[in-house]
Unconditional design. Structure first.
Length: 367
């Protein structure tokens, strides 16, 4: 079976409307996730700046999805750079400036830098002129998109091996690591979809994920829409449901994983991992090789994106805190590897010692 056919057959595990990123040959169509679940609105990006804005504002979000979107954004950047000057040196310089601006939109999720660096290093640097590189940039952007779909499908299968022979499984997840956050089935929710397809899943408990409610607006929406049983919780209920014996395992996605196995993911993930440890519940992370930072060992070296105070001080645009009050708004936290029971990748399930299993992953996935 061809790769395209394999991906297509696995796509039956998710509905078509969960496709958040589509390249139509001319422009990048993005599902505006800030409008979900109330409106299904699409943005037609014909300029790489629109793609950068969409990433910054979380219209497209989730580590793999922003990498895929940025790949397509580079086609638009290359077209503009070619039109911006008649000489190749200026065209290339302008392209690299645009690529850097795209890369700086969000600092924590490494998939963004990974996708941009992959295109710049493998395609743009070795080519003699940007104009000859353009069709290759488009081909590489499509390859990143298709590869992410394949990686998701492989992770779904690998993750299900952790639950062999079990039925009635209850999973808690945090943020949205689903189809909306990737080009495919999702990372954590890819595993959930596989368990559901195997009739092993009882239910997903989804943390609402303050302050931007990716759990409520996106995970609950995505699972409910696809007929997968889901119960929505506010973040401060996670330890309660664990204490009540309602959770068999936690599965979350990741934005960056170091060589020691420390995991950056949506703010609140660390607290969920601590609560899971206290209740002897396995804490699994699902992520493809493109989410690993093979240059960083310690989670404390991962750059954490700080976002606007308004995201915390307001709820749906209405102020909920005193004007002028100080706010802290880190978008991510780091879960130390000691709290991670296993990492589900497309190459199989990684366990401690992570510096060894992650080095093996790096060797297997080196291009
Ligand atoms: O700020 P977001 O919504 O982009 O954060 C997304 C997350 O933290 C996800 O859990 C993570 O990217 C994994 S997505 C497969």
């Amino acid at each position: 079976m061809s790769l395209e056919a394999a991906v297509h057959s696995l796509d039956t595990l998710k509905s078509e409307s969960m496709k958040s990123i589509t390249w139509n040959g001319e422009s990048l169509i993005l599902l505006d996730q800030t409008k979900l679940p109330n409106q299904e609105t699409y943005i037609d990006c014909t300029d790489w700046r629109q793609v950068a804005e969409a990433i910054k504002k979380l219209r497209v979000r989730g580590a793999p999805a922003i990498g895929v979107a940025a790949g397509y954004g580079l086609i638009l950047a290359a077209k503009e750079a070619i039109a911006s000057a008649s000489d190749e040196v200026t065209q290339r310089a302008n392209f690299l400036t645009f690529a850097n601006t795209l890369k700086e939109t969000r600092p924590t999720a490494i998939n963004l830098a990974w996708a941009i660096d992959r295109i710049v290093t493998n395609i743009v640097f070795p080519s003699d002129a940007l104009v000859t590189a353009l069709p290759l940039i488009e081909a590489e952007a499509k390859a990143i998109d298709l590869e992410d779909q394949r990686l998701n499908a492989a992770m779904a299968k690998a993750g299900a091996t952790l639950f062999e022979g079990k039925k009635g499984i209850r999973i808690l997840t945090h943020c949205n690591a689903g189809a909306l956050a990737t080009a495919g089935l999702g990372t954590a929710l890819g595993v959930v979809r596989e368990l559901h397809a195997n009739n092993q899943l009882e239910r997903v408990y989804a943390d609402e994920t303050r302050p931007l409610l990716q759990g409520a607006r996106l995970t609950a929406f995505e699972l409910h829409h696809d007929g997968i049983p889901v119960t929505l919780l506010t973040d401060n209920m996670a330890a309660y449901v664990m204490q009540q014996g309602l959770i068999d395992a936690v599965i979350v996605g990741a934005d960056r994983i170091t060589t020691e196995g420390d995991v950056a993911n949506k703010i609140g993930t660390y607290g969920v991992a601590l609560a899971a440890k206290a209740h002897n519940i396995p804490f699994y992370v699902a992520a493809p090789y493109s989410t690993f930072d093979f240059t960083l060992a310690k989670g404390s070296d991962i750059p954490i994106e700080m976002r606007s105070a308004d995201e915390v001080k307001c709820f749906a645009g209405t102020p909920t805190a005193p004007e002028g009050v100080e706010v802290l708004n880190p978008a991510f936290d780091v879960t130390p590897h000691e709290l991670v029971s296993a990492i589900i990748t497309e190459e199989g399930v990684l366990t401690a010692p992570y510096n060894k299993s992650i080095t093996d992953l790096q060797k297997k996935t080196a291009r």
